[in-house]
Design a protein around this ligand. Structure first.
Ligand code: GNR
Ligand code: NI
Length: 177
């Protein structure tokens, strides 16, 4: 297993539209394990392949308290949405920022599991919000896209500043070759 690097806004690679997965094999299952490790280590309740620079339609989620209910969705499609709900969201690709977002309250999602079997799940609450957040990632969309341009630009500036400060720090601690 390996921990993968998570891309941060405003990295343009987060805007890539992921394509369908066509082969569900051992290589892919290894990659899914790496995604779980990355998600649990972060820690986060979900992770989309887009966030680790793999532009295929794959997400992993675990919203359980004990972090022992891993879910994997391959080529997920929302077939039904109902109601509207507001929830405060965060994102591993937008670290440190939490904002209210409106989503469908309950959804039905159809996907393939890691064995390539089709399944359907109807759910609401945090799991429904998380599935919608992750599928947005696969379409190159972030939760901050639902905020005003003013708020989004403030977040962009703060993260760019933070990244600059960090790379300076890293450069200073790098040994001179
Ligand atoms: O860890 C996460 N928490 C979270 C909280 C509210 C709504 C969505 C999320 S998903 C996020 C992990 C992440 O960035 N997934 O893409
Ligand atoms: Ni996210």
């Amino acid at each position: 297993m390996a921990k993968l690097e998570i891309l941060h806004f405003p990295d343009n690679r987060l805007r890539t539209k992921a394509t369908d997965i066509t082969a569900i094999d051992d290589d892919l299952r290894c990659f899914i394990d790496d995604m779980y490790e990355t998600m649990y280590d972060a820690p986060g309740i979900g992770l989309a392949a887009t966030q680790v620079n793999f532009h295929k339609r794959l997400i992993v989620i675990d919203v359980s308290e004990d972090k022992n209910e891993p879910l994997c969705f391959i080529n997920p499609i929302i077939t039904h949405k109902d109601g509207i709900e507001m929830m405060q969201e965060g994102c591993l690709s937008v670290p440190g920022f939490y904002e209210d977002v409106e989503r469908a309250e309950s959804i039905t999602v159809k996907a393939l599991d890691s064995q390539g079997e089709t399944f359907e799940l109807s759910t609401d609450g945090l799991l429904a919000v998380c599935i919608q957040h992750e599928i947005d990632h696969l379409d190159g969309k972030l939760f901050i896209d639902y905020l005003s341009p003013l708020k989004r630009n403030r977040i962009r500036k703060k993260l760019v500043q933070h990244h600059k400060a960090q790379s300076k720090e890293n450069a200073q601690s790098d040994p001179v070759l």
